[in-house]
Design a protein around this ligand. Structure first.
Ligand code: S3P
Length: 225
C-alpha cells in the first residue's frame, strides 16, 4: 500500500535531500570565501576568559576559513623558551604581560589569520588598540559554570592555581567583562560541541562584515519546494 508523505519514493527523497545539503554546503563555502575577501589582511582575534574555548574554537574556525591558526600563549612560550606557568613563577605577571603585548603586536602583522589570545591580553590598552587597528575581535562569552568545567581539566593556569578558582573567575568576570564588551562580535560559548560555536562565530562574522546570504539566491531557492 502507498502511504502518503515522506518515504513514498525513497530514492527521490534521498536525491532531493542530498541536493539541498549540497546547496547548503555551497552557500557556506561562498560565505566563507566572502568573509576571507572582506577580511583582507586583518586577523580574527579570539578573546575571552580562560576556558571560553578560544583555542579549540579558533583552530576549527581557521580550518573552515582556510587560514592559519596562531595561539598567542604558545608563541609567548616559544619566544621565552619557558611555559606560561614558569614565566609567572620566575618573573611575575607584569613581565609576562610585557612579553604578551610585544608578541601579540608582532603576530598581528601577520594577518590574515585566526589568533587566539590569553584571557588577559585584551585588558591591555595598547594590545586592544592594536587589535582594533589590525583585526576583528570575537568575544567568546561563557557562563561561569562552563568556564570552571573547562579549566578544571588542566592546572596550567597560574592565575587559577593561586587561589579558589571560582572566586578568581568571578573577580575576573567583574573586571574584564566591561572591557571584553568592546569586542566587534560577541558569541555565546555554551557547553555544546565546539563545531556549533564555530558555526555561530561564522554567522556573527558574516553579519558584521555584511557577508550574509545573497537575497536573489534565497528567493530562488524558495521556489524549489
Ligand atoms: C591568562 C590566561 C591564560 C594565560 C595566562 C593568563 C589570563 O590564557 O595567558 O595564564 O590572564 O586570563 P588562556 O585564556 O588561554 O587560558
Amino acid at each position: 500500500m502507498w502511504s502518503a508523505g515522506a518515504g513514498r519514493f525513497p530514492i527521490l527523497d534521498q536525491r532531493m535531500s542530498l541536493g539541498l545539503t549540497e546547496h547548503k554546503k555551497e552557500d557556506r563555502q561562498e560565505q566563507l570565501a566572502r568573509i576571507r575577501d572582506v577580511l583582507g589582511t586583518r586577523s580574527i582575534v579570539l578573546i575571552g576568559l580562560m576556558g571560553a574555548g578560544k583555542t579549540a574554537v579558533g583552530r576549527r574556525l581557521a580550518n573552515r576559513l582556510d587560514l592559519p591558526f596562531i595561539d598567542a600563549d604558545t608563541e609567548i612560550e616559544v619566544a621565552a623558551g619557558a611555559s606560561v606557568s614558569e614565566i609567572f613563577a620566575e618573573h611575575g605577571e607584569s613581565y609576562f604581560r610585557r612579553g604578551e603585548r610585544k608578541v601579540i603586536a608582532r603576530l598581528l602583522e601577520g594577518g590574515p589569520q585566526v589568533l587566539a589570545t590569553g584571557g588577559g591580553a585584551y585588558m591591555d590598552a595598547e594590545t586592544r588598540a592594536n587589535i582594533k587597528a589590525r583585526g576583528l575581535s570575537v568575544w567568546l562569552k561563557a557562563e561561569i559554570k562552563v568556564l570552571l568545567k573547562r579549566v578544571g581539566r588542566r592546572d596550567s593556569r597560574p592565575l587559577l592555581t593561586a587561589g579558589n578558582p571560582e572566586k578568581v573567575m568571578k573577580k575576573l568576570m567583574e573586571e574584564r567583562y566591561p572591557i571584553y564588551e568592546e569586542a566587534d562580535v560577541t558569541v555565546e560559548s555554551r557547553d555544546v560541541p565546539h563545531e556549533m560555536i564555530v558555526g555561530a562565530v561564522i554567522d556573527a562574522l558574516a553579519a558584521k562584515l555584511g557577508c550574509g546570504a545573497k537575497p536573489d539566491k534565497v528567493q530562488g531557492r524558495k521556489k524549489v519546494k
